[in-house]
Design a protein around this ligand. Structure first.
Ligand code: NAP
Length: 251
């Protein structure tokens, strides 16, 4: 294993790659050598440009993952444009904040459909392709709320706890087929997803007070874990939920 973190010649598909954690991961994978298909409902021009600036191929695949309608097309387009899929990062996700007693069916369905249902069916579609090739790396983006309950985010907690369980189930079924299925559980990362928390002075302070690293994470902080889980360095890592949280869970 001379360069275990080298992703040269690998093709990654990253969902929700236009911004935030998805962009950070797409760029980190490209810096390690991978070509990247950036999937999103919004154009990923900036991310594609960053991937290309690193000398890798970057393409955009338009897909609204609030339903599973585009899932097979995403896999087909990535294979058509970049030749194969070696790495899938299921990053696209949303959050809705309301007290549990007032939480609506619409906010339940929107979050669970995007964060859990589309994730499973994208794993299934890419998984079939990877199983046929005998290898592949799937990285799901979990959350601190894959471990904890949280408040005012019932569908988000259910979806991210579901992502952790699903990651383990798929690892059990596919490890012997050469597919590594793992997850990254980001701590508190400064992105659009957490804008409401960052701007709430009290919540911001209570969050900061609990993070041993003493700062919010950045999307770039997810890059090392993503490269590890996408590379041969993690070939014997299966069904693991890797917290990248500045120590949040340790406290
Ligand atoms: P973000 O900046 O809001 O990014 C979310 C990404 O998902 C965006 O690219 C967004 O596209 C995409 N997306 C949402 N709905 C979609 C849909 N229906 N179809 C296609 N793409 C869709 O937030 P982020 O923090 O980077 O979140 C990325 C992932 O990390 C999410 O799964 C989130 O739950 C998870 N996470 C975040 C934190 C954190 O502290 N920030 C912590 C734990 C887990 P648009 O830009 O078009 O909306």
């Amino acid at each position: 294993m001379s360069a275990p973190f080298d992703l040269s010649g690998r093709v990654a598909v990253v969902t929700g790659a236009n911004t935030g954690i998805g962009q950070g991961i797409a760029v980190a994978l490209a810096a390690a050598g991978a070509d990247v298909a950036c999937v999103g409902r919004s154009p990923c021009d900036e991310t594609v440009a960053k991937v290309e600036a690193l000398g890798r191929r970057g393409v955009f695949i338009a897909a609204d993952l609030s339903s599973i309608e585009p899932v097979q097309r995403v896999v087909d387009e990535a294979v058509e444009k970049l030749g194969a899929i070696d790495i899938l990062v299921n990053n696209a996700g949303i959050i809705r904040r309301t007290d549990a007693v007032d939480f609506s069916e619409a906010d339940w369905d929107a979050v669970v459909d995007t964060n859990l249902k589309s994730v499973f069916f994208l794993c299934q579609a890419a998984g079939k392709h990877m199983i046929a090739r005998g290898h592949g790396k799937i990285i799901n983006i979990a959350s601190m709320l894959s471990f904890q309950g949280g408040v005012r985010v019932p569908s988000y907690t259910a979806s991210k706890s579901g992502v952790a369980g699903l990651t383990k189930l798929l690892a059990n079924e596919w490890a012997a087929k050469g597919i590594n299925v793992n997850a990254i559980a980001p701590g508190y990362i400064a992105t659009n997803n957490t804008a409401a928390l960052q701007s709430d002075e009290q919540r911001n302070k209570s969050i900061m007070d609990r993070i041993p690293a003493g700062r919010w994470g950045s999307p770039d902080d997810m890059g090392g874990a993503a490269v590890f889980l996408a590379s041969s360095a993690s070939d014997y890592v299966n069904g693991h939920i890797l917290a990248v949280d500045g120590g949040w869970l340790a406290r």
